[in-house]
Design a protein around this ligand. Structure first.
Ligand SMILES: [Zn+2]
Length: 113
């Protein structure tokens, strides 16, 4: 499952950052994921539960924020926001969209102790 490998690399990253700051526990992590990244927030949260066992993130609270994607419309020349792939342009209902942003996954906040 690809959410599981995402979780594991996120846990590695956050543990490293926490250790670098001399912390042993991570209390809360906020993840921002793009709406177009094919990542299910619920699957991610589910994987996190088991992936975090035995790590510094074991009891951490996971907050997930989904950001809309950004695309450029060749029909009307506007940059628009869309929530999923294959959506039409909200301006002109054109289908010629180039996805510019919306696949990222980032740790945007963390609380450590
Ligand atoms: Zn358009």
């Amino acid at each position: 499952m690809h959410e599981m490998s995402l979780c594991l690399s996120m846990i590695d990253l956050v543990s490293e950052r926490a250790h670098a700051e001399g912390a042993t526990r991570v209390l809360r992590v906020k993840l921002t994921i793009g709406a177009l990244g094919n990542v299910e927030p619920q699957a991610l949260a589910f994987c996190f539960e088991s992936a975090a066992q035995g790590s510094a993130l074991e009891d951490a609270q996971l907050d997930i924020e989904v950001l809309p994607g950004r695309a450029f419309c060749f029909d009307c020349g506007e940059t628009v926001t869309i929530m999923q792939r294959g959506e039409e342009c909200p301006n002109c209902q054109g289908m010629a969209l180039r996805i510019d942003d919306g696949e990222q996954m980032q740790v945007t906040e963390m609380e450590i102790s």
